[in-house]
Design a protein around this ligand. Sequence first.
Ligand code: DP6
Length: 331
Amino acid sequence: MTERKRASATACSNIAFIKYWGKQDFDWNVPLNDSISMNLSGAVTTTTVEWDANLAQDEIYLEGERVLDERGLRISRYLDRIRDDWYRMGARVASVNSFPAGTGIASSASGFAALASAAIAAFHEGHPDESDMTRWARRGSGSACRSIQAGFVEWTAGSSDADSLSQQFCPPEHWDLTDLVVLVSRSPKTISSSQGHRIAVAHPFMKERQKLLPSRMLALKGALAKRDFSTFGEIVEHEAMEVQAIMMSGQPSALYMQPGTMELIHAVRSWREDDGLAVYFTLDAGPNMHVLCESGNAPEVRRRIEKLVPRVEIIENRAGPGAKLHDDHLF
Ligand code: DP6
């Protein structure tokens, strides 16, 4: 084994149409239910990992700055799992995002997908097996496993670390959808998604949700396969509101929506119902709006958002690629 091994990877974030909210196993991020998402071409993380036998302690750099806080500790704890399995070595990690920091865009999905890919590839000195990659990404952050494959990706919950895996449902070119992420607020969220998953499992509505999800998932996949945008949008919006309701009515309550979120929800519904524009939305554990349309309508939808909220920052995404290894090392 050589003394130093380095690899770099790039991965997109993703937006879930059927959400992962609640876990069976908190150590390994095994979810309560299957979920499905689209990779976000405009929200990308690039990470370089170098295992170094001469390094006593990990060195973690995010956006060029050495980090010693909880973010660095989370990465080191994750690397410990790899070290437990394979070998004991320090790691030098550098990671940069294509999207501005602190905007509430889910950087843990792209972050852990890129980190897992680079860390494991550096060890293997080659391309690891894909299901192994989705497993390693999930262990870092559940939603990260859906960023390993390209396009539209399904995560089968399974019942343990061994069988909780993601797979591609259809490639990016299957459907030209656009997700306009509207950065409604930059204020940090008071309840992290990790905490949110714990609150969710104790929620009395959760049992009912689990009963409803298999048929919802089937309907969503049918609409995706047929590129039936209105059926797809109705399901996605309903799913988003159901998960928000569980978040808001949990103990403690997680109210992620801000006034700007609510303003956009009403606007999207009015553009659709009053003006006949085919546009829907979804939300994650944060205030930012994901406004969804077929790409032919994206310029019109964008124009309306910019008119309603002048100077607001928008990240425009199509269905993005999967995680990729490359030689563009950050150091
Ligand atoms: C609302 O993947 O961030 O975005 O596994 O604890 O890291 P951890 O949680 P995380 O949860 C994401 C939840 C969500 C919905 C989704 O992406 O499916």
